[in-house]
Design a protein around this ligand. Sequence first.
Ligand code: ZN
Length: 354
Amino acid sequence: MPKTQDPGETLCVLPNGTLLALAVLALVSAATAQTARPVLDSIEGHLAAGKNAAGGRDNTPDFYGLVTAICVAPLNAPARPDAPAPRMNPNRTSAYLEPKRAFDDLYWMGTPSRSTWALTTSDGIILYDTQSVYDAEEVIVGGLKKLGLDPAKVKYVIISHAHENEVGGAKLMQERYGARIVMGAGDWDLVDQSVNGFPKGKPKRDIVATDGMRITLGDRSVTLYLMPGHTPGTISGVFQVHDHSKPLTVAYSGGTEFNFVNDVPHFDTYLASERKFAATAAAAGATIILGNQSQFDGAALKLRRLADRRPGEAHPLDVGAAAVARYFKIEDECAQAVRLKLLAQQHGAPQPAQ
Ligand SMILES: [Zn+2]
């Protein structure tokens, strides 16, 4: 949603529609400056705006995975704390992808769906996200070794959110290598409450993330932002990487899909977090958007293209500030669409967000 939409733009396309213009003016003045709304606040309007925000370089659409996941067929409920244990796919290793050096100081390990990132510093490694429990050993420990990195040098593991199938390596890294585990308070609770989600045991409660906390290791820091919504303890982060020595800023989005309790207050929380982090990413000058699922940031595919990069060509993950903003716009518009649907179910008619 264009939060700063200029009402004058709407009026100037209606030179002869005086009555309509007056009606629009009345609508606009009814909105407070703090919560300026698009004039057409409808489910279809938000869905169309979300889908239209998928654009891309060279007319190649991007973020379609994000659009599909949250605009076309959004999830609509959380897993129960007593959900069955994660299943082990016996063919899982066939899906493992070659780990890659993504930037001078950022490495990727993963499957087609889940990403783990390793930020190298002058005093060890900060790891970001940890796969499912059955993939962690081979993807993370095996991946780091393949990349020439020592798993014992991992000092911090940041968990962007603690869905059971996404926090599987935390215990391993904590127990075997003594890495400190950083998680939001609400997600430490999720881990505690899980009945079957940790067949190899749970990580012990360690560092509780706070808003603006800096995880500093050697010459590098990651700044964390609490972003409740996707889970109660979702955390996003901002940090710098280097592309052939050129510093670039990463916005690491902690949680994406709507697999939480689907009611209006939860969507209000999600939207407030998403808007806060969109503004944070813009203020930080982020030109790279990453997360723990290639479905959303395209990391697995884009890193395969890295080998074909020509001199002077932008890094495939360096999408630019405008694309980072579009990423958040998709989240914003499609969350608003579901929120309006929920309101319509409650009251029989859509109402604007608070
Ligand atoms: Zn998740």
